[in-house]
Design a protein around this ligand. Structure first.
Ligand code: PLP
Length: 328
């Protein structure tokens, strides 16, 4: 069989696991920290998995046909993954983006030929976001009901409610971790945005061994906008799932999946990301730093001596060059 691939769709997933051997030694850790490097996906993030899965699921269900436009509401990694896979499969892609999106993300999405619309340019979205103090779930619902329902020949992806999101992690991310560790995994650590990664991967690992502990991460209070600090440095793509109203939690987050949950502040995530760049030569984003921060905390617990902690690292540090992450 030829080793030549015919489409980027064939390059999604099968990312490597790496033990942070130098970091473990430098921190005198007696548990193993093993990281799943999702920047090995063709567009450098874990979201390539769900972008491909949600598009192919819609094709199978007849919701997406040749000539249709794919629509999504994020300029984050999912937007980038969808833009690239839409290009490779010959679909148009329209994305609603936050006004403050970083220049590198905006340029990447544009490079794939996507149409971009700023949230404040869409009056329905702008109004809901203002009224609800930035409730994105409510804004998306309104956009779907009042704007997209009137458009023809579109497929609205909606990663926060699309079951193909957690499902692909159950079918790929989980099995890859299980196989590459020969079933020796004690903890899964994952930051939560839509909850797809932790819910799907966690469900698969628990189905293989109910004793695997699933650990979920949300941003700490100082890393979320507040009246005192309306524009903090945030952990991109990571959102609260405890201590907030249930209706603001994406349907893709299974609240019953995790054994323990932690809050991480952006500065703690930065420190961990900077440390592993120097110790083991991997350049990762803020949510990956948050996962390593918590993996380290778990590794320091005496009862976890000899245990294996697998942390999912969602994306590359190259996507954060305009933030303070590597301003050192
Ligand atoms: C950089 C980054 N990290 C973590 C996450 C969280 O992943 P999930 O949506 O699967 O919970 C996201 C999601 O947007 C992300 O973009």
């Amino acid at each position: 069989m030829s080793g030549i691939k015919k489409s980027i769709t064939e390059l999604v997933g099968h990312t490597p696991l790496l033990e942070l051997t130098n970091y473990e030694k430098q921190n005198n850790l007696e548990a193993e920290i093993v990281v799943k490097l999702e920047f090995y996906n063709p567009n450098q993030s874990v979201k390539d998995r769900i972008a491909l899965a949600m598009i192919e699921d819609a094709e199978k269900k007849g919701l997406l046909k040749p000539g249709f436009t794919i629509v999504e509401t994020t300029s984050g990694n999912t937007g980038i993954g969808l833009a690239a896979i839409a290009a490779a499969k010959g679909y148009k892609f329209k994305v609603y983006i936050q006004d403050q999106v970083s220049e590198e993300r905006f340029k990447v999405i544009k490079a794939f030929g996507a149409e971009t619309i700023k949230l404040t340019e869409e009056p329905v979205l702008a109004k809901v976001l203002q009224e609800t103090n930035g409730d994105f779930v409510a804004a998306i619902k309104e956009l779907e009901e009042k704007v997209l329902s009137k458009e023809k020949d579109i497929f609205f992806v909606n990663q926060v409610a699309n079951p193909a999101n957690p499902e692909v992690h159950k079918n790929t991310t989980g099995p890859e971790i299980w196989e590459d560790t020969n079933g020796k995994v004690d903890f899964l650590v994952s930051a939560v945005g839509t909850g797809g990664t932790v819910s799907g991967t966690g469900a698969f690992l628990k189905s293989k061994n109910p004793n695997v502990k699933i650990v979920a991460i949300q941003p700490g209070p100082n890393s979320l906008p507040s009246e005192a600090n309306p524009k903090p440095e945030e952990i991109t793509g990571v959102h609260p799932f405890f201590g907030i109203p249930l209706e603001r939690i994406p349907a893709t987050m299974d609240l019953g999946i995790y054994d323990e949950a932690f809050e991480v502040e952006t500065e703690q995530a930065y420190e961990a990301a900077r440390a592993v760049a120097k110790s083991d030569g991997i350049l990762i984003g803020t949510s990956s730093g948050a996962a390593i921060h918590i993996a380290t905390l778990l590794a320091k617990r005496p009862e976890n001596k000899g245990k294996r902690i697998v942390a999912v690292l969602p994306d590359t540090g190259l996507r954060y060059l305009s933030t303070k992450l590597f301003e050192i």
